[in-house]
Unconditional design. Sequence first.
Length: 228
Amino acid sequence: MKLHLTYLLWSVIFVSGYPVILPAQEAAQKHLPEAFHGMHQDPEAYIAMLENPQRDREQKPDEVIKALNLNDGDRVADIGAGSGYFSVRFAHAVGADGRVFAVDTSPDMVLHMNRRIRDLKLANMIAVLSAPDDPLLPDNSIDLFFICNTWHHIQNRDHYLALMKKILRPGGRIAMVDYLKKALPVGPPPQMKIAREDLIREMESGGFGLTEEHSFLPYQYFLIFKPK
């Protein structure tokens, strides 16, 4: 009797550095997005993925924050903050007079960040449980929105951009960091990504213009926008 090897072969893939075992060939392609989203339902695995020390080599968080040229007293909203990977670094960058709003829709992530805030004694960082289509921040309160690997998760993005425009202070910025829309050894599958050109068009339609771009990240674009 002949066996169809497709059902016997399995592949180990890495999604943002986290190992996932999937059936080989077509089945792997079919189930990859589901596997990626499935990890978000396991808080411990998701936090371990976000805080994996190997992530620093590709994400270059210290270089990203340096490129943002933050000032003491700045107010930063980290949208989709997750484990607080960037938020904690922002809290150190903006000083005691600054504020960091670590925004996430997951109660598990907000709980985890509140523990970090307590343990690290970060008086200038606040974890915010938000809605999928609303960051729930006051108008005229933020100097920088930072959105890393999150924009494709946002619901009703036109509405979200309109809210961000009201929440930004004069001179405020939006920084977008996300994976290039192609096959990469890290990050989500291409079909889940937003291409750089599509994001720029979307931001322009929402009333924001590209003012700055950094190219030092190996797998991601890094764009900064301001209201027109």
